[in-house]
Design a protein around this ligand. Structure first.
Ligand code: SF4
Ligand code: SF4
Length: 57
């Protein structure tokens, strides 16, 4: 179950540099996670200042 970034993302970029497998990239209006590469470590969720990252249900 990969992590996902919701619409609360303010495109600060803090999560991108934290991801150990570099699966976060800047998208249209918000950042996004490549769900096929994400290893569910949760590091990005802890780094996000607006709590926009959560495990997909
Ligand atoms: Fe990267 Fe880990 Fe976040 Fe997945 S949960 S996007 S692997 S930092
Ligand atoms: Fe968006 Fe949060 Fe990542 Fe910043 S840390 S780019 S607000 S998801």
């Amino acid at each position: 179950m990969a992590y996902m970034i919701n619409d609360d993302c303010i495109s600060c970029g803090a999560c991108e540099s934290e991801c150990p497998v570099s699966c976060i990239s800047e998208g249209d209006g918000k950042y996004s996670i490549d769900k096929d590469t994400c290893i569910d470590c949760g590091v990005c969720a802890a780094a996000c200042p607006v709590d926009a990252i959560a495990e997909a249900k």
